[in-house]
Design a protein around this ligand. Structure first.
Ligand SMILES: CC(C)(COP(=O)(O)OP(=O)(O)OC[C@H]1O[C@@H](n2cnc3c(N)ncnc32)[C@H](O)[C@@H]1OP(=O)(O)O)[C@@H](O)C(=O)NCCC(=O)NCCS
Length: 236
């Protein structure tokens, strides 16, 4: 399973890796071998075998990729967690600071790696929008913009907005301990963007950059950082 070392992202790059979590049995066994005891215990708590296998393929591939940046074996990649659960590497490579964030949705996984600044990533497979979802996700102004959209655009715009917000909250490391409308967007802007407000503050919003992930027609994705001068390098 050893692979060549990877060059770190520059301070203006975010490396993005994407993979399929529905792996065959051989890969599963290899991934299982490199998980920590804590990760194996977590895997064994999943009720459904499919979810267990996807978790193992997510953490396994995360370890394999991180190990190639760190120059360690995948099993030796040491992870710890922030107060709201964001994982980070406790062993840092010489000369740069590795930051990462992982996301999964159904069988799809995506990983963002940056150098010296916190990063957040989110992917979501499109699905029908339940009535309560816009109420839970949007601010009053966003809801008005959303309601004005034609029905045919709503699903795409909903998930585009959702991944932006979740990527920002994951960059902060809070996740949904903060409400989704903490980050408010202009729904008429598609692709790369900046929030309109962060916690109601337009000045703070100007420090944030959100890049859309080039994903399939059914999957939305975004990467976010509180920093303006960076772009995505697709590593697949
Ligand atoms: C972070 C959060 C938004 C992720 O939601 P999700 O639907 O699982 O979304 P994703 O698939 O995009 O992300 C999951 C991955 O994000 C990472 N993650 C977990 N908590 C995170 C956080 N607070 N901030 C950033 N990333 C986080 C993990 O790598 C996780 O995958 P893994 O555990 O399989 O490695 C959600 O778990 C949350 O709001 N957590 C914070 C509050 C909380 O419940 N804390 C309890 C633990 S202390």
């Amino acid at each position: 399973m050893s692979s060549p070392l990877l060059t770190p992202p520059s301070a203006q790059e975010v490396h993005v890796w994407q993979w399929d979590l529905d792996v065959c049995s051989g890969d599963f066994d290899q991934y299982w071998q490199i998980l920590s005891t804590q990760e194996r215990e977590r895997a064994d708590k999943f009720r459904f075998e499919r979810h267990r296998r996807r978790f193992v393929a997510g953490r396994g591939e995360l370890r394999r990729i991180l190990s190639r940046y760190l120059g360690l074996s995948p099993r030796d990649v040491a992870l710890d967690y922030g107060s709201d659960g964001k994982p980070f590497c406790t062993i840092q490579p010489p000369g740069w600071t590795i930051c990462f964030n992982l996301s999964h949705s159904e069988n799809a996984a995506a990983l963002a790696i940056s150098n010296g600044f916190e990063i957040g990533i989110d992917i979501e497979q499109g699905r029908p929008i339940e009535e309560s979802m816009p109420l839970q996700v949007f601010s009053t102004r966003e809801r008005a913009e959303f309601t004005a959209l034609p029905d045919t655009e709503r699903q795409k715009v909903f998930f585009e907005s959702w991944v932006r917000k979740e990527a920002c909250l994951k960059a902060l490391g809070t996740g949904f301990t903060l409400p989704p409308d903490h980050f408010e967007f202009d729904l008429s802007i598609h692709g790369d963007t900046t929030p309109r407000f962060v916690g109601g503050d337009a000045e703070e919003a100007m420090h944030w950059r959100i890049c859309a992930l080039p994903s399939g027609p059914t999957c939305a994705g975004a990467v976010a950082a509180r920093r303006m001068d960076w772009s995505i390098v697709n590593m697949n």
